[in-house]
Design a protein around this ligand. Structure first.
Ligand code: SAM
Length: 271
């Protein structure tokens, strides 16, 4: 069954983009195929797509051979997604709901890749949830997500610069994170105010002897006052300043100069 072009589908169903739901749609099939290729060969793989909207990215994932489960909050999109399900029999399951209230792990028995072009606030909240899990490695095998370019740069940032902070440590201490593709604002309908970028994250080995919660507390204290020296910013965390000399970390340094290994070592010594 051949599908009508996305723009026609949207016009036929009166799917005007809702600002409240952060809707900025992608229509360029070539671009969507490139996004769907970021996680690698998807033939027969489980994919969780959050926010399929009218289904542009969903089509690309289905063309790539994925078994897609899609969570969409906007009921107006459901008839369009049902047509897509008919066109790719047995490949698409659609769940109506708020992705912030549905756990991906409850939807799959098997490992799954996550791919999404989400509203930025929802994307950052989910990203933090997915990376903060206690169980590691997680059931998801990769996260391929659209962010504002500025947020994407903070996720992949290296120590030493002003973009390096809690988000970079969270994304990199037990995962690899890379900026996979920049996406020009003009690619979206309607175009957002800023440029976007796809980030791709894959789980790596978790360092031993350190809890995610303690690392979170360390980065929260250190970056909470990022302009201050560690001997000041870490005062909020009992034992942290005293632990620095044994780790060979100069208390006069500022948080953004510490490597991720140094953050992990500090969290381990307090765990
Ligand atoms: N994936 C489509 C595309 O690339 O053209 C639509 C992207 S649009 C930026 C974001 C989509 O996420 C919209 O369809 C919106 O309704 C949906 N959405 C927003 N908040 C959501 C939430 N909390 N849970 C599930 N879907 C959500």
């Amino acid at each position: 069954m051949s599908l009508p072009p996305l723009r026609e589908v949207i016009a036929a169903h009166g799917l005007s983009a809702s600002k409240a739901l952060g809707q900025n749609f992608l229509f360029d099939e070539h671009l969507l195929d490139r996004i769907a290729a970021i996680p690698g060969d998807l033939t027969g793989r489980n994919v969780l797509e959050v926010g399929p909207g009218p289904g542009g990215l969903t089509r690309a994932l289905l063309r790539a051979g994925a078994q897609v489960t899609a969570i969409e909050r906007d009921a107006r999109c459901l008839p369009v997604l049902a047509d897509l399900s008919d066109a790719f029999p047995g490949q698409l399951r659609v769940i109506e709901g708020d992705a912030l209230k549905i756990r991906g792990d409850d939807l799959f028995d098997q490992p799954y890749a996550v791919v999404a072009n989400l509203p930025y606030n929802v994307g950052t909240a989910l990203f933090t949830q997915w990376l903060s899990g206690q169980a590691w490695p997680p059931r998801w095998t990769s996260l391929t997500l659209m962010f504002q370019q500025e947020v994407a740069q903070r996720i992949v940032a290296q120590p030493g610069g002003s973009t390096f902070g809690r988000l970079a440590v969270l994304a990199q201490w037990r995962s690899s994170a890379r900026l996979a593709m920049k996406v020009h604002r003009s690619a979206f309908t309607p175009p957002p105010k800023v440029m976007s970028a796809m980030v791709h994250v894959e789980p790596a080995t978790m360092p031993e002897g350190v809890s995610a919660r303690m690392l979170e507390r360390v980065t929260e204290a250190a970056f909470g006052q990022r302009r201050k020296m560690l001997r000041q910013s870490l005062k909020a965390l009992p034992g942290a300043v005293e632990a620095l000399p044994a780790l060979d970390i100069d208390p006069q340094r500022r948080a953004e100069t510490l490597s991720i290994d140094e953050f992990v070592a500090l969290a381990r010594s307090l765990s």
